[in-house]
Every structure is written in C-alpha cells, then in structure tokens.
Design a protein around this ligand. Structure first.
Ligand code: CP3
Length: 343
C-alpha cells in the first residue's frame, strides 16, 4: 500500500524532505490514559502484547492522539528470549523477571534458535492487523533488542545497575558467551525478516545496555553482532540506537544501516563529525526536558532542531519517553518539530 506520509523513510534514506519527521521511543503505552484503559481490560502487559487486535490498537493510539509520523509495533525486546525457550514475567512496577537464567553450558543446551514466524506469530499477526488499520497513514516501525542487551537479561534474569553477572561471563566464559550471542543474533534475524514480510517499513535495534561495556568488549561482544544483523537486513532501512555508546560512534558510522540514534549525552555536532555524513541521525532531546513548562519544551525542542539543521535528521528523544510525562508536553514537542521551518 502506498504511504500517505513517508517522511520517516525518506529521511532515513537521506532523501529530500519538506520537514523533519518525528516520533518517540516508547510512545506506545506508558504515558497515555487510553493505553492504560486497554491494558486494564486484560491481565497485564504480556496478555496485551500477545493479543494481536489489542496490540494493534495501542500501536495506533499515538498516531491518532500524539500525531507522530510513525507507529512502532507494541511488543517488547524480551519476546526473543521467550521464543528461544526462556520465558519472562512482567512484574508490576519492577519490570521484567526471568524465572530461569543462563549461567552454564547446560542452560544453553535447553535453548533453541527462534523461528520468527512460528515462535512469534502473535507479533507477526499484530503487525499485519496494524498495517491494515493504519491504511498507509504513516510507516510502521518493527524492532528488536540488540544481542548484547538481550544476552544481559538472559544471564541476569532482570534489570540490574551493574549487569555484573553478564559482564563477568564475558571474562569467565567467553566461548559460551559467543555461542549465546550467536544464537540470539540468528533468532533476531529470523524475527526481523518475519516482521518485514508482515509489513514493517523500518527496523530499529535497541542496545539499551551498550554503555556498560568497555570499548573493546563493546566491539567484540556487541557491535560485531549488530553488524551481522545490519548486513542481513537489506529490505528496509535500519536504525541502530546504542544507549551510552558514545565511544563507538565512529565504528557505528561504518555499519551497513541508514540511521544512528543518539542519546541525550551525545553532543550533536561532535556525533555528526564522528559518524560522518552518510547516515541519518535520530534523537536526541533529553527526555526530562518534557517536564518543563510549555514554553521550555518548545524552546528546548527548537534548540535541538537548530543543532541538527541542514543535515539528515529524524526528531526523537534521547531515550524512551518517561512514564510520568504529561501527554500534552509530548504534543508540544511533536507540534514544535512539525512547525519548525528550515532556513
Ligand atoms: O516503543 C514503543 O512504545 C513500543 C513498545 C516497546 C516496549 N518496550 C513496550 C513496553 C518497546 C520498543 C520496548 C523496548 C524495550 N523493552 C527496551 C529497549 C528500549 C529502552 O527503553 O531502553 C527495554 C530495555 C525493554 C525491557 C523492558 N520492558 C523493561 C525494562 C520494562 C519495565 C519498565 C518499563 O520500561 O516500562 C518493560 C515493560 C514494558 N515494555 C512496558 C511497555 C509498554 C510497560 C509494561 C506495562 O504496561 O506495565
């Protein structure tokens, strides 16, 4: 189906756009009362994510309510461990929790490489329904976690301040770490290909825990696998968002992807210099800027846009929108980007 608004895809490919496209990481869910109403009609996050009609409904909410230029499919990065044989639970107010984790080779033997179509059919079905219901209004973003971030959860079993179990494994059990990272990479490629076949127009990889690795480990245990995924996905534009990986920006400029996401610690001009002119940059307003007054949100957004001016850019925050942000502030952010004129 022909897209009525393809600004995101054009900007990703470096084509001329009449204005900068805008969307927000974690726009589906979290901040909208309309989302909470749907979520309260089921047992919780996991049932919602596994009910394709409802997942499609909450995917489209931000397009209707916040007027963003893209939808992102409602799911989670942790569906991959589950599809590999490691189920998770979402504990209210605390986040994800895995009853079983990977600590030894015997644990690895119980896992399998996920097949994107069969093991994750509920996400694939949600993408098909969403595409139909969007009717070409805006592109649909598919996503997955980067292998290192998924590895961290599978070893640690939950979020962590230090991820010391996962990082210890890179030193103590390097061979097994590589085996697990390879299994995750293969599963992720299968999954992303299935998302694209179902209609995803662009793919984003989230490496949320990039920033806890030293540069040499980041290259060896994370970028290597991100690079394999980028090489495998040629059908649609790919965005790589590696939070905290300021030290790897130059290498990221050499990935076979269209867009690099910047977090809010990454200085814009310096990032452009390190990454080069051949990529679109996405980001990077401080998510906390949306706690400001209406006028402050508008000014902070304009300052960010001024710094990206004249170069390939997709407007976003520097990380996911925080759960307690007033949706009205998000609307001001979106509206400011839309009405900003390039001089
Ligand atoms: O962007 C979107 O809105 C699409 C949906 C999406 C979710 N999670 C839904 C979700 C996406 C892209 C994610 C990615 C994700 N999940 C990441 C990478 C992005 C990032 O923020 O760094 C990570 C690290 C996770 C793992 C995860 N899932 C955590 C740590 C938590 C708990 C805390 C939190 O972030 O809300 C989740 C739960 C989760 N994933 C919720 C939603 C809407 C909240 C669950 C609820 O409704 O109570």
């Amino acid at each position: 189906m022909q897209l009525q608004n393809d600004l995101l895809l054009k900007a990703a490919r470096g084509e001329e756009v009449e204005r900068t496209p805008v969307w927000l990481m974690r726009q589906a869910g979290r901040i909208l009362p309309e989302y909470r109403a749907v979520r309260n009609s089921v047992s919780g996050f996991i049932e919602l994510a596994q009910t394709p009609e409802l997942a499609a409904e909450v995917t489209i909410q931000p397009v209707d309510i916040l007027k963003v230029d893209a939808a992102i499919i409602f799911s989670d990065i942790l569906v991959i461990p589950e599809a590999m044989g490691l189920p998770y639970e979402m504990v209210e107010k605390r986040g994800p929790w895995f009853p079983n984790t990977v600590g030894a080779v015997s644990d690895l033997k119980k896992l399998r490489v996920a097949d994107g179509v069969d093991d994750l059919s509920y996400v694939i079905e949600a993408i098909k329904i969403t595409k139909r219901e969007l009717g070409g209004r805006v592109p649909l973003i598919g996503f997955a976690g980067a292998p290192w971030t998924i590895f961290s959860y599978m070893v640690e079993g939950s979020g962590s301040k230090t991820f010391s179990k996962a990082r210890a494994m890179l030193y103590n059990q390097a061979e097994m770490s590589v085996q697990l990272l390879e299994m995750i990479t293969e599963s992720t490629i299968n999954y992303l290909k299935a998302q694209i076949a179902a209609g995803a127009d662009l793919i984003q990889l989230f490496d949320s825990w990039a920033g806890i690795l030293p540069p040499d480990h980041y290259e060896q245990f994370s970028l290597k696998y991100i690079s394999q995924i980028c090489d495998a996905i040629q059908e649609v534009p790919v965005t790589v968002f590696a939070k905290g990986a300021f030290f790897a920006r130059e290498q990221m400029g050499r990935l076979d992807c269209e867009t690099i996401g910047l977090d809010w610690n990454m200085e814009i001009a310096e990032s452009r210099k390190l990454i080069g002119e051949s990529k679109t940059l996405q980001g990077n307003l401080d998510p906390a800027a949306l706690y400001g007054s209406d006028r402050e949100v508008e000014q902070a957004t304009k300052r960010m846009l001024d710094q990206f001016k004249g170069s390939r850019h997709i407007a976003n925050l520097g990380h996911g929108v925080y759960p307690d942000i007033d949706p009205e502030k998000v609307k001001i952010f979106v509206e400011t980007v839309k009405s900003y004129t390039q001089q």
